[in-house]
Design a protein around this ligand. Structure first.
Ligand SMILES: Cc1cc2nc3c(=O)[nH]c(=O)nc-3n(C[C@H](O)[C@H](O)[C@H](O)COP(=O)(O)OP(=O)(O)OC[C@H]3O[C@@H](n4cnc5c(N)ncnc54)[C@H](O)[C@@H]3O)c2cc1C
Length: 273
C-alpha cells in the first residue's frame, strides 16, 4: 500500500493570518485596523511576506501556532506511527484502531521496505505474514477479540491518520524528520506534508526544511560523524566547525589570504574573462 498524504483543510489565508498575528504584536494598530488595510490593499501580499520573513529570522515563534493544517495520511506502517505519535506539542492525531477494526479474512495491509526487496527477502516476508494472517483469522473465529488477535501483527502493518498540526509544530517535525538521520518512511511522510503545504502557501511551505536548511538553523547540530556521512553535509557547515572558526577569529588566528590565494583568484578571473 503506497503512502498518501493529503491536505484536507487549513487556516483560510495562512499568510494573512500570520501577518496579522505578528503585526498585532508590533503595531499601534488594532488587528481590526490591520485587517482593513489588508482588505483595501494598502498592505499587499509582498509586504506581508517580507514582514513575516523578518520575524521568522527571530525566535518569536508563538504566532506560528495560529496557523493550522489538517491532513489525511494513509498507507504508513506501525513502525512509522510509533515515531509519529511521539510528537507531543501542537499536533492532534486520530489513528485507525486495531481494537475496533478487525482485518477480514486475516488480510492486513503492510509495507515491505525497499532494502528487504533488494535483499531478495520480500517473498519470505509475504509467506510469514500470510501465516500470521491465517492465525489471526483463526483467533478471531475462535472468539478472540481484535484487540488481542492484534498481538500477532507486525510493525509493518499499515495504519491511517487524520491529524491537525499547527505551523510551529510542522516546522519542528520537518526540522527533525527531513534530516537524513531520520527514518526513511518518516522522511517520505515529512516530504509529502511539505509538498502539500507548498501547493497552497509556498511562502510558508519553503520554511519546511531539515534543521540545517538555509531558512532554519543553517548548520548541522548532529554528531560530526553523522555530518560527515550526510550528503547535505557538503553544503552545510557543522556547528563545531563554526565554533572552531569563531575561536580562531577571537584569538586572532584566522589565516589571512596568502599570495597564492590571490594568485588563484586572479587566475580564475583571467580564465573567466
Ligand atoms: C533521529 C531521531 C532518532 C530518535 N531516536 C529515538 C530513540 O532511539 N528512542 C526514543 O525513545 N525516541 C527516539 N526519537 C524520538 C525523540 O526522542 C522524540 O520523542 C521525538 O523527536 C518527538 O519529541 P520532540 O521533543 O522532538 O517533539 P514534540 O514532542 O513535538 O515537542 C515539540 C517541542 O516542544 C518541547 N517540549 C515538548 N514537551 C515538553 C516538555 N514536557 N517540557 C519541555 N519542553 C517540551 C520539545 O523539546 C520540542 O522542542 C528519535 C527522534 C529522532 C528525530
Amino acid at each position: 500500500m503506497a503512502i498518501q498524504v493529503t491536505l484536507i483543510s487549513h487556516t483560510p489565508d495562512p499568510l494573512r493570518s500570520l501577518y496579522m498575528a505578528y503585526r498585532t504584536c508590533y503595531s499601534q494598530l488594532t488587528p481590526q485596523q490591520v485587517l482593513k488595510r489588508i482588505d483595501d490593499e494598502r498592505i499587499d501580499r509582498e509586504t506581508m511576506r517580507e514582514f513575516i520573513e523578518e520575524r521568522l529570522k527571530t525566535g518569536h515563534a508563538s504566532p506560528l501556532e495560529q496557523i493550522v493544517f489538517e491532513f489525511g495520511i494513509s498507507g504508513v506502517s506501525r513502525a512509522f506511527s510509533h515515531q509519529f505519535v511521539r510528537h507531543r506539542v501542537g499536533i492532534s492525531f486520530e489513528q485507525q484502531s486495531q481494537r475496533y477494526v478487525t482485518y477480514r479474512g486475516g488480510e492486513f495491509p503492510y509495507t515491505v521496505p525497499e532494502t528487504v526487496k533488494r535483499a531478495g527477502l520480500e517473498e519470505r516476508m509475504d509467506e510469514l505474514f500470510d501465516r500470521v494472517g491465517d492465525l489471526y483469522e483463526e483467533m478471531v473465529a475462535a472468539g478472540v477479540p481484535a484487540e488481542d488477535a492484534r498481538f500477532l501483527l507486525p510493525n509493518a502493518t499499515n495504519t491511517n491518520f487524520k491529524i491537525t498540526v499547527n505551523f510551529q509544530s510542522l516546522l519542528h517535525i520537518c526540522d527533525l524528520r527531513l534530516c537524513t538521520r531520520a527514518q526513511w518512511e518518516f522522511r517520505k511522510v515529512a516530504a509529502l506534508l511539505r509538498a502539500e503545504v507548498m501547493k497552497v502557501t509556498p511562502e510558508l511551505g519553503r520554511y519546511l526544511q531539515p534543521k540545517c536548511g538555509e531558512h532554519r538553523l543553517g548548520y548541522c547540530d548532529e554528531s560530526e560523524k553523522d555530518w560527515e556521512a550526510c550528503p547535505i553535509g557538503r553544503v552545510r557547515p557543522h556547528k563545531q566547525v563554526l565554533f572552531r572558526i569563531y575561536d580562531q577569529y577571537r584569538r586572532g588566528e584566522l589565516q589571512p589570504l596568502r599570495d597564492e590565494d590571490w594568485a588563484a583568484i586572479e587566475e580564475q578571473e583571467l580564465a573567466g574573462g
